[in-house]
Ligand binder design. Structure first.
Ligand code: UT7
Length: 329
């Protein structure tokens, strides 16, 4: 008999900046149109963090909301895992900055760089840490301020991204509910299709790297699109197989929110009808590591996801990385 405790999500929270940038606003900035963006991506608007605020401010809000919904104090946390590719600083980690801001002084903290899969990578680790019996309450956050690494002169990328944070508190399960399976995978050979070349030690910040616009997201959208569909289906199928669950048992599919056409293709391959698929990219665009916890929190608040429901979450991102988690809520 398996003695390891199963983990479960006992609270969620999210935060998006107030400022909204619509497709019509973007028409005034680059050669694009509301029609192109809606038809090719499904995105209508995105939220942009105001100057003077940073990633950890958004993450703090999401974290506090998740703690409130879990009915826990920050001091109850023994670990904080934060997925991001837009950290406040190179170091210390953004999770350490969030720890100080929410006063979670009993927690160990670390960041994960797995791009859009960052939250599900974090959930996978949290699940294993709970199963080890050594950790009780873990806060997993996905938080991004992509607007600060978006090239606002590149129409191929600037219409896609937005800022947001989402968080979930993971604790030992009290029964049948909880995380039923997790799955993580990567392929570093494909990293150049979606990356930010500047800022690391390969190309440290200099006048030259700034002039060459190396500190912005670069993406070969078309190639990334095909891998996104393939890998998210792979993650979904493996996650279901590991738990011995058929796709028709899923109550809600939450995928990474990058493009409505990608989400539709994944749902179609899993033979899931529209009503079993959660989409909120119309409102936020692609918020990388924040998309999954933001969508999960919204689905719970809107009653699209309820206690006892079977939720399959799948993500794909730069690296490449991809992951899934099957959860009985
Ligand atoms: O979060 C990580 C995962 N990221 C993703 O999953 C993103 C995956 N990729 C995509 O979602 C899509 O590839 C994009 C939305 C990025 C692009 O859509 P697409 O249908 O693949 O367009 P495309 O790149 O093949 O470009 C088609 C045309 C091109 O013009 P020509 O060469 O046919 O004349 C582009 O220059 O659309 C043009 N175009 C635009 N036109 C108006 C590209 N961006 C824009 C734009 N507005 N914003």
């Amino acid at each position: 008999m398996n003695q390891n405790p199963r983990s479960m999500i006992i609270g969620t929270g999210s935060a998006a900046p107030e400022k909204v940038l619509t497709n019509h606003d973007l028409e005034k900035m680059v050669d694009t149109s509301d029609q192109w963006i809606r038809e090719r991506t499904g995105i209508e608007r995105r939220h942009i963090l105001e100057e003077g605020k940073t990633n950890s401010d958004l993450a703090k809000l999401a974290a506090e909301r998740a703690l409130k919904s879990a009915e826990l104090k920050a001091s109850d946390l023994d670990c904080i895992i934060l997925g991001t590719i837009t950290p406040d600083l190179s170091f210390p980690s953004t999770s350490a900055i969030v720890q100080a801001k929410i006063k979670a002084f009993n927690a160990a903290v670390f960041d994960i760089s797995a791009a859009c899969s960052g939250f599900l990578y974090g959930l996978t680790l949290a699940d294993s840490m709970i199963a080890s019996g050594l950790y009780k309450n873990i806060l997993v956050i996905g938080s991004e301020v992509l607007s600060r690494m978006t090239d606002w002169e590149d129409r191929a990328t600037c219409v896609l991204f937005g800022d947001a944070a989402g968080a979930a508190v993971i604790a030992a399960s009290d029964g049948e509910r909880g995380v039923l399976s997790t799955y993580m995978k990567s392929d570093g050979r494909l990293g150049n299709l979606l990356h930010c070349p500047g800022g690391g030690v390969s190309h440290p910040a200099s006048h030259e790297t700034v002039d060459q616009r190396l500190h912005y997201i670069k993406m070969e959208g078309n190639k990334v699109f095909k891998h996104a569909v393939r890998t998210m289906v792979d993650a979904a199928v493996h996650g279901l197989d590991l738990a011995g669950v058929r796709s028709d048992k899923i109550d809600l599919l939450i995928t990474h929110q990058a493009n409505k056409r990608i989400i539709d293709a994944v749902a179609q391959r899993l033979e899931l009808p529209d009503e079993k698929v959660f989409i909120n990219l119309y409102e936020y665009g692609n918020t990388s590591a924040a998309t999954i916890p933001l969508a999960m929190d919204e689905a719970l608040r809107k009653g699209r996801l309820n206690k006892g429901d079977l939720c399959l979450m799948v993500a794909f991102g730069g690296g490449f990385t991809w992951a899934s988690a099957l959860v009985r809520m």
